[in-house]
Ligand binder design. Structure first.
Ligand code: PYC
Length: 403
């Protein structure tokens, strides 16, 4: 009975902050909570997750829920593939229905050049054992009979990169499940706890200052996505990141007629149909840097124009909601993961539009780094040092958007 009651609750009420924790995680989104969860699995439970707003209020609650691993570089493909594999077992592991649908993912190609690039990507993917291949218009029509694949569109469809394991998952459920899993292991989750400063002694962060007082820390892990540069500034660590906004929206629910994720970087549109019947759609990042997360009419007009070319059936569908999130971009469009120049201050940042896909593998590898002091092989290519050592991992144009 106690177990049952415990299961019904999500996580414990926020306790008082203790004066010290072995590990302090900044950011209560999918990366921070996943790190706390995997730390628990490694036996590290004196952990606090500090979140300035509510749990999952940042990028984890503002993405378009797409999972995939069909990246451009071997390093990227390997890394995101490990994440998709963890996602496959996550619902059962955490005892939570995450509504993961591996419905497949199609990246449309609208030119010969795009076909060539997709063919290369498929090769890179297959060499990593990832199911990914180039298909032509006939197979596209079979997979998505409801999509318009005719010649008289702005960007006629020549083919697509087809990635069967890609799909969508319920993003807020992922956050809640990780939070509950971390909490069950003893990690403390502290919403509405904003970090206002960091105390540094030599090459270590000894404590973080918050709006609820000072907390000493053995290790600090910065998982704050769009705000990571601001938090790193407090620690005196510079990140080569610019912050942009990315907008998305959802229609009212309509009868299910799309069961694959459709992406076109040339049309700047990606869309899928949720389990509730809503069309979840997104577009290109705004090219300027800002923290202003407001929607714009231009975004909605451009997105609607492109979405309707592919799915004219949506002509009368009304928009239910639109939102915007922060996108932290690095010069090579790959993340920055792991150690910084400070001994006990690690970072998961620079995710662009890829962060949510990586949550489980970020959690697992960051937890391993904290527990062992060694950088796992899978994240070694994404170290901050690569920008000083000219070892970039270019994922330019591997996204649904044109970054
Ligand atoms: O899968 O690359 C992606 C993506 C971009 C924006 C949302 N998802």
């Amino acid at each position: 009975m106690r177990d049952l009651l415990r299961r019904r609750r999500m996580w414990r009420r926020r306790p008082e902050l203790k004066p010290r924790y072995d590990v302090v995680i900044l950011g209560g989104g999918s990366h921070g909570l996943a790190t706390a969860y995997y730390l628990r699995r490694l036996g590290i439970t004196d952990v606090a997750v500090l979140e300035k707003s509510y749990i999952g209020s940042g990028a984890a609650g503002r993405n378009t829920t797409i999972l995939r691993s069909n990246y451009k570089t071997p390093e990227g493909a390997r890394f995101y593939d490990a994440s998709v594999k963890l996602y496959e077992g996550l619902g059962a592991e955490l005892g939570y229905n995450l509504l993961f649908s591996q419905c497949g993912h199609l990246t449309l190609a609208h030119s010969d050049r795009a076909m060539f690039v997709m063919a290369n990507r498929a090769e890179v993917n297959r060499l990593q054992g990832i199911d990914s291949r180039l298909i032509g218009p006939d197979e596209i029509r079979e997979l998505v009979p409801t999509m318009y694949v005719g010649p008289d569109t702005t960007y006629p469809i020549h083919g697509a990169l087809y990635h069967p394991p890609g799909g969508i998952i319920r993003h807020d459920a992922v956050v809640w499940a990780f939070a509950r899993g971390a909490d069950e292991g003893g990690a403390e989750i502290h919403p509405y706890t904003e970090v206002t400063g960091m105390e540094r002694e030599g090459d270590r962060i000894v404590a973080v200052q918050t709006n609820r007082g000072r907390v000493a820390a053995g290790v600090v892990v910065n998982c704050t996505a769009g705000w990571s540069t601001l938090l790193c500034d407090m620690a005196g660590v510079r990140l080569p990141i610019t912050t942009h906004v990315l907008q998305a929206c959802v229609t009212e629910p309509v009868k299910p007629f799309l069961d694959v994720v459709i992406v076109s970087s040339q049309m700047h549109v990606y869309l899928s149909q949720s389990d509730r019947g809503e069309f979840v759609m997104g577009s290109e990042i705004e090219p300027w840097t800002t923290y202003r997360t407001r929607n714009t009419l231009n975004f909605l007009q451009d997105l609607a124009r492109h979405a309707l070319e592919l799915f004219p059936q949506l002509e009368h569908a009304r928009l239910l909601r639109a939102w915007a999130g922060l996108c932290d971009l690095t010069p090579d469009y790959s993340p920055i993961l792991g150690r910084t120049e400070l001994e006990n201050f690690h970072v998961s940042a620079g995710w662009g539009t890829y962060g949510f896909k990586a949550a489980p593998i970020v959690g697992r590898t960051m937890a391993e780094l904290v527990a062992t002091g060694c950088t796992p092989d899978l994240i070694a290519p994404f170290s901050l040092e690569r920008f000083y050592e000219d070892r970039l991992v270019s994922e330019l144009a591997a996204a649904a958007v044109s970054h």
